[in-house]
Design a protein around this ligand. Structure first.
Ligand code: ADP
Ligand code: MG
Length: 269
């Protein structure tokens, strides 16, 4: 190709937003010529490269938008360390069909047992499936909601929070919520009900959520909506953090780590 048409082509590929075609066409054209592949084969391969790259970029964008505190996958999760956890159930959830069905997941267990890791792994799977995800801690969420209410932009924030296909709320229960905060939390769950999935992790069994929300009626109303279509993951066992420390010899004796009571079968804790 002479210089002028190539410059024009590059310019048009940029306008058409085909960065991979732009980057690869020259190299692939030479490769196809050596391999004796025709124009149609060349074009098919080029378009495939653009599509693969486009999907990768889309996943990267979703991961960035999710604001995960860290990117962790279930591949690095050691299921043998938590025998009480149903590995098949987690792997099934990683297929994300529950997100398509707008169901919820509640992961319950003491501190350090891998709840956040599982939530991050499931969130990452959802991003890879092209679903929009938002990750937030319960404390940050209520803080943001209260701030938005005070600044008269609550509706906008609620819309944003309802917009995600999957909203992950981590660490519910570490701090009890003020009545205002509990009410805003309820409003959000209520707005998302049957519109999108929620994944909540908590160190407190659901029987104690009345204390978390400071009000049994609000807690029941929240649980009623969350549990209607839900999967409960019970992550019982020793803290993985302490286990690792013990292994490395930093701690000699087993620290007392409370285990929460079993929450019963799926959907009926
Ligand atoms: P939790 O949210 O239940 O308090 P985390 O998910 O934060 O626990 O886990 C604490 C640390 O231990 C994290 O760095 C996490 O990646 C790691 N971890 C926990 N459980 C496992 C596991 N079964 N396999 C691999 N890493 C784990
Ligand atoms: Mg956690």
């Amino acid at each position: 190709m002479t210089q002028a048409p190539q410059i024009l082509l590059d310019h048009r590929l940029k306008s058409l937003r085909l960065p991979t075609v732009l980057r690869e066409y020259g190299k692939l054209a030479r490769q196809c010529a050596t391999e004796g592949q025709d124009h149609v084969q060349f074009l098919a391969r080029l378009v495939e490269l653009e599509m693969i790259d486009r999907e990768r970029r889309m996943i990267e964008r979703r991961i960035k938008a999710a604001k995960f505190p860290a990117v962790k996958s279930l591949e690095s999760f050691d299921f043998k360390a938590i025998p009480a956890l149903n590995k098949m159930q987690v792997l099934e959830l990683a297929r994300c069909e529950w997100v398509e069905r707008r169901e919820n997941v509640i992961a319950l267990g003491p501190s350090g047992t891998g709840k956040t890791h599982i939530a991050l792994g499931l969130g990452l799977s959802a991003c890879q499936k092209g679903l929009s995800v938002g990750f937030v801690t319960a404390a940050a969420l209520v803080h943001e909601l209260m701030e938005a209410r005070d600044e008269r932009r609550l509706l906008r924030l609620q819309k944003q929070m309802v917009g995600y296909k999957l909203l992950i709320i981590d660490e519910l229960g570490y701090l009890p919520l003020e009545p205002d905060a509990a009410h805003l939390f309820f409003q959000l769950i209520s707005r998302r009900y049957e519109r999108g999935s929620v994944l909540i992790t908590s160190n407190r069994p659901v029987m104690e959520w009345g204390e978390v929300f400071g009000d049994q009626v609000v807690a029941t109303a929240i649980l009623d909506r969350l549990l209607h279509h839900s999967h409960v993951l019970t992550v019982r066992g020793d803290s993985y953090r302490l286990r690792e420390k013990r292994r490395s010899g930093l701690i000699k004796t087993s620290s007392a780590v409370s285990t929460i009571p079993a929450t019963g079968k799926e959907g009926s804790p």
